[in-house]
Design a binder for this molecule. Structure first.
Ligand code: ATP
Length: 350
């Protein structure tokens, strides 16, 4: 059992707060992703769990045991970093075996365990090569195998894919997901890439300036973002956000009027996703009529972006849809696809 509890954990350096009151429980065998922009405190949170950074406040509990005062090596955690941290003068076999030697695991078991880990990440044919003779993706797999071989209770992974090219990132991502499922190890994974977060996570924690913004399944975070920060961070493209006024259930702003909404009268931020809206004829039946700013061919769809006053708003049209820049276009934005946020605080309304 490796449930992890972070009880009001904070990290401060002088008056600077790197992580502010991080409070949540990570279930045994859960795949949790910490997501947020650079500097939001993801790595610091992870380093506190690992014991590489001391928490200023709060308790870290792993498998029912408070570990605040425990050395990293006594926490039963294996880590994988973006820089692979392999030993250049050892071959792949020796690199994978290294943690077993350090931990004085019975040497009679080494060979079987190294082979099993190497097989899991498809490295068997590279066992006698040195790291310098491997590609980036292969090196990252050695780092994964070295984490697996220990059979730890917890995996901590800090941007393990960021040094790989786009194609390798996708295949290694799938491999990590599959491994975690097979090994059933509680995993905390740090990334600033929302697609990585959405594809890997059981739950995602979105952070900003040291503060948790939302915790939820990828679907919850996508369908019901807790605030405009999360709405603007998740999705590709991110959610369209427009400022305006709600009055009697009708939202009015620059080039936009949407009726049938529910919420308190006053200034609000309205959001909707590009794929939920549709292009339409211009005219009173369209909720937005505005000139086209760009048209991008995505292969399976055409992205139309219009300039509605100060806001750029994107909509996905069919792959064959074509229109000229500056030509006016109508957009259908039914009330059911809209999200409303408090204009001052950014918090979701409802
Ligand atoms: P990135 O994606 O860029 O790695 P991150 O979300 O992992 O970012 P952290 O590395 O956790 O961010 O850093 C959080 C904040 O704490 C940053 O503003 C960083 O500058 C600050 N910070 C980190 N380590 C220290 C330190 N030793 N002393 C002072 N401030 C620090």
């Amino acid at each position: 059992m490796a449930e992890i509890q972070l009880k009001n954990v904070s990290k401060r350096w002088g008056s600077f707060v790197g992580v502010d009151n991080f409070d949540m429980t990570i279930a045994d065998r859960e795949f949790l992703v910490l997501l947020g922009p650079s500097g939001c405190g993801k790595t610091t949170t992870m380093r506190m769990i690992a014991g590489l950074e001391e928490a200023t406040d709060g308790d870290i509990v792993i498998g029912g045991r408070v570990v605040n005062d425990l050395d990293p090596k006594d926490r039963d955690i294996a880590m994988v970093f973006q820089s692979y941290g392999l030993y250049p003068n050892m071959n792949v076999y020796e690199n994978i075996r290294f943690p077993l030697k350090v931990r004085k695991v019975d040497p009679a078991t080494h060979d079987e365990r190294v082979m099993r880990a190497a097989d899991m990440v498809e490295l068997r044919e590279f066992l006698h090569r040195k790291p310098a003779e491997l590609s980036g993706g292969q090196r990252q797999r050695v780092a994964l195998a070295r984490a697996i071989v220990r059979e730890p209770n917890v995996f901590l992974m800090d941007e393990p894919l960021s040094n790989l090219d786009a194609k390798l990132r996708v295949s290694t991502r799938a491999q990590i997901k599959n491994l975690q499922h097979e090994l059933k190890v509680t995993t905390i994974y740090v990334t600033h890439d929302q697609i990585e977060a959405m594809t890997l996570a059981d739950r995602v924690v979105v952070m900003k300036r040291g503060v948790i913004q939302q915790v939820g399944t990828p679907t919850e975070i996508y369908d019901r973002p807790a605030n405009t920060f999360v709405a603007g961070f998740i999705g590709s493209p991110a959610m369209n956000l427009m400022e305006g006024t709600l009055s009697g259930g009708t939202f009015s702003g620059d080039h936009v009027s949407i009726s049938g909404l529910s919420g308190p009268d006053g200034p609000v931020t309205l959001g909707f996703r590009a794929e939920d809206a549709a292009v339409a004829e211009t005219g009173p039946q369209a909720e937005i009529t505005a000139p086209v700013y760009t048209m991008e061919l995505l292969g399976d769809a055409t992205m139309i972006t219009v300039k509605a006053g100060g806001a750029l708003v994107s909509v996905k049209a069919s792959k064959d849809y074509r229109i000229e820049i500056d030509e006016p276009v109508g957009l259908n934005i039914p009330a059911e696809i809209c999200h409303l946020f408090n204009q001052k605080t950014g918090a979701r309304i409802d």
